[in-house]
Write a protein that binds this ligand. Sequence first.
Ligand code: HEM
Length: 313
Amino acid sequence: MASSSSLCLMVLVAAMASPASAQLSATFYDTSCPSALSTIRSAVTAAVNSEPRMGASLLRLHFHDCFVQGCDASVLLAGNEQNAIPNAGSLRGFSVIDSIKTQVEAVCSQTVSCADILAVAARDSVVALGGPSWTVLLGRRDSTTASEALANSDLPPPSSDLASLIGNFSNKGLDVTDMVALSGAHTIGQSQCKNFRDRIYNETNIDSNFATALQANCPRATGTGDGNLTPLDTTTPNAFDNAYYTNLLSNQGLLHSDQVLFNGGSTDNTVMNFASNPAAFSSAFATAMVKMGNISPLTGTQGQIRLSCSKVN
Ligand code: HEM
């Protein structure tokens, strides 16, 4: 009887430990590569100091990695996902990641995955731009495959309505608060005209002075000025703060998918909370980043540790 109850206990413990994310650990490289984190941090800080937007680009790379096959560095493989609609001509930072990988390989050969480098670089980018910090769980391994089709289906387009965004994040195990908090990443970085043109010419829930100012750099005709850039947060474009949410309160969200978070729907209260309480946003963002970083990692003997992030070994 005693042995059957201890067996039950073992099964229960094993079941509780079964999500793949349970294998990630903050101390994963403490013995195998103690200088990994400081090497990544120095390189990210230098890159962001020389070009603040790079912090935004590195944060977005981690998001686009995790939402497609999980956080497995599939987005870094040349071709494939990089050709998908949300990524082509838009994702940046690959050469910074390649350079970090070279530096990390020089201190610890074939030990630190590209997927972990992306996760740490995202955190260090946010910190470098004045945002919150969090403990990055480590031990992800790199995929040997990537999927353009999954990138097209799983990354939300800027035309998304609120229900689609909620569903899209829920499919990845992220709740509505996570979704609203992670969207606050749009407090940094820039967008191309083609992604907000429809909003600034055709939508009514937009501040009219804001729309007029944006129209000067984003012509109405499709195909003209498509790639012209505007900050996602025009008030403090290079500061990781909560201005994204105060912008939404005054109908100054840049993307359609930004303003739907404050448009009379179920997420209005969360937006108002994050707008008035920067600490609440910082805490929710950090929590949601850890959750996003836990999406379906490869661990143990799955996948590989790539030697070069842009190609399989
Ligand atoms: C909620 C759904 C989301 C949609 C529809 C969306 C869409 C977009 C679009 C269209 C752009 C502009 C791309 C371009 O014009 O080249 C962009 C930029 C950006 N996104 Fe998102 N995004 C979403 C969520 C997120 C999340 C969860 C993060 C990170 C946690 C993120 C981080 C960024 C950053 C930092 C930029 C600026 C990148 C740069 O300047 O290089 N986004 N996003």
